[in-house]
Ligand binder design. Structure first.
Ligand code: AHR
Length: 498
């Protein structure tokens, strides 16, 4: 057994971990919305106003803070008026990006009600690629305006007299790609026009511009995008957040080598590089304005997830541990990361739940979100982690990256210190001395997510193969804490301070 140390300074608790970091993303893609969230009121699947009760309960249990909708690539081909009014009269349209029909049964009012039922904020993505500023500002008016207008009367006629109060608005999605193939400066001009009118209708909305990931040598356009956009924007008052997306892929879903296991975790460095470089660009161009980073799509995307199968894939313990590592990273970046949305809520990519007819099972990643739930609204705690590491190649980098076996983040809520630790080693259990500087522990409890093999997963036949369970953790007589973090596992410790 190897040894390691985690040192924490609870007295140096810093910024609040924004709940939005634990957000989700639901696109009209494959079976995410249709079948995954929405089954319709007449379905035999138990539902509340057409929304699956099992999925709703799962999201409520996670205290899902926010859900992004309707896309993704779908957003820049979506015209919101198609999805309001009597369902029988809504047009059948074509979902061009995901090559499927769209009934438009689940539209603005259904999504807003689903979010309200789940206790989550709604995050809408407006159509820049094939839409207009008029269409986007009207959408804000329809959702948020409290006064009397033709659009608010329409909303009332559609069953929602009170405004939906949608606080988060994305201005397009991946506009360097599926969202219109703009360049950074061209998009800045569009962004100004859209954001200008959207904000005018509701000054309280949070506006998110489309940014791009860095660090990929093969895609210089993306490396320039954030600079070009920020340089050409000229009106930083219109910008609250800049988004970026990052997907991870190493080996196949449940079939990967030891090297691919390690390389997946090396790729967390690429995500960190995105945050560092985006943060640097924002500081450079907007020294007097805080602009948050919103990672509104992230997660593991295996090669088996294709357009043909609606981006469905196996979700293993390895993927869950990657999610735990990325969420630890977002916590550590609490000063700058204002929201993140894992892709995608149900059935698609790194989902929380998989459905079939009446049945549903939860993925290992769901349990990571459950373990990390207590971090929401806590204050980030200063930490130091020491222990073994390994080397692996990360995306977009020629050099080997050093991956620390233990990856952690900690936050403080009142007297409760929450520490989440991923052991990213395939072969080493790590006995770890946890020290609290300037504080003493009164008690400790622990939960763990693990399985005998890292490619373990849940299924309809074995829905509980990988779940979070209570595990033993005890203070020693002298009050010190030593915990063994088993190989390929994630542990959440709750330390109550004296
Ligand atoms: O999440 C699937 C797709 O990935 C989204 O539609 C798009 O934004 C991204 O490329």
């Amino acid at each position: 057994m190897g040894g390691a140390a985690i040192r924490l300074w609870p007295a140096l608790a810093g910024p609040v971990v924004r709940p939005g970091i634990y957000g989700h993303f639901a696109e009209h893609l494959g079976r995410c919305v249709h079948g995954g969230i929405w089954v319709g009121e007449r379905s035999r699947v138990p539902n509340e106003s057409g929304v699956r009760l099992d999925v709703l309960a799962a999201l409520k249990h996670l205290r899902a803070p926010v859900v992004r909708w309707p896309g993704g690539c779908f957003a820049d081909d979506y015209h919101w008026r198609d999805g309001v009014g009597p369902r029988a009269e809504r047009p059948a349209t074509v979902n061009a990006w995901w090559r499927q029909g769209e009934s438009n049964e689940f539209g603005t009012d259904e999504f807003a009600r689903f979010c309200a039922a789940a206790g989550a904020d709604a995050y809408f993505c407006a159509n820049v690629g094939s839409g207009s500023p008029r269409e986007a500002r009207d959408w804000v008016e329809y959702c948020n305006f409290g006064g009397d207008s033709a659009l608010t009367r329409l909303r009332a006629a559609n069953g929602s007299a009170a405004p939906h109060g949608v606080r988060w608005w994305g201005v397009g999605n991946e506009n360097w790609g599926c969202g219109g193939r703009f360049d950074g400066a061209g998009y800045a001009g569009e962004y100004r026009r859209f954001a200008n009118y959207m904000r005018q209708i509701d000054p309280s909305i949070q506006l998110v511009a489309c940014g791009a990931s860095f660090g990929d040598r093969k895609n210089p356009v993306l490396n320039e995008w954030n600079h070009d956009f920020c340089a050409a924007l000229k009106h930083p008052d219109l910008l609250d957040h800049l988004s970026l997306h990052r997907y991870f892929s190493r080996g196949a879903g449940a079939d990967f080598s030891d090297g691919e296991f390690r390389a997946l975790f090396a790729d967390v460095h690429a995500m960190e590089r995105d945050l560092e470089l985006t943060g640097a660009v924002l500081r450079y161009y907007f020294p007097d304005r805080f602009v948050g980073i919103v990672v509104d799509e992230w997660g593991v995307w295996h090669p088996s997830a294709t357009v043909e199968n609606g981006l469905e894939q196996e979700n293993t313990l390895r993927d869950a541990l990657l999610a735990g590592s990325v969420l630890n990273l977002f916590n550590r970046w609490a000063r700058r990361v204002t929201m993140a949305n894992i892709a995608q809520t149900v059935n698609v990519l790194q989902c929380m739940a998989v459905t079939r007819g009446n049945a549903m099972f939860l993925t290992p990643t769901y349990y990571v979100f459950e373990l990390m739930r207590p971090h929401m609204n806590g204050r980030l705690v200063t930490q130091e982690v020491e222990g073994p590491s390994y080397e692996a190649h990360g995306t977009g980098f020629t050099a080997l990256r050093t991956v620390d076996c233990l990856d952690a983040s900690a936050s403080l809520s009142g007297r409760k210190l929450h520490l989440t630790v991923v052991n990213r080693s395939l072969g080493e259990d790590l006995e770890t001395a946890i020290t609290l500087n300037g504080a003493k522990a009164a008690s400790v409890s622990a939960k763990i997510l693990s399985a005998p093999v890292p490619n373990a997963m849940n299924s309809f036949e074995t829905p509980s193969a990988v779940t979070a369970k209570r595990t033993k953790s005890e203070l020693r007589e002298d009050g010190s804490l030593v915990h063994v973090f088993p190989r390929h596992s994630m542990t959440a410790l709750t330390i109550t301070l004296q």
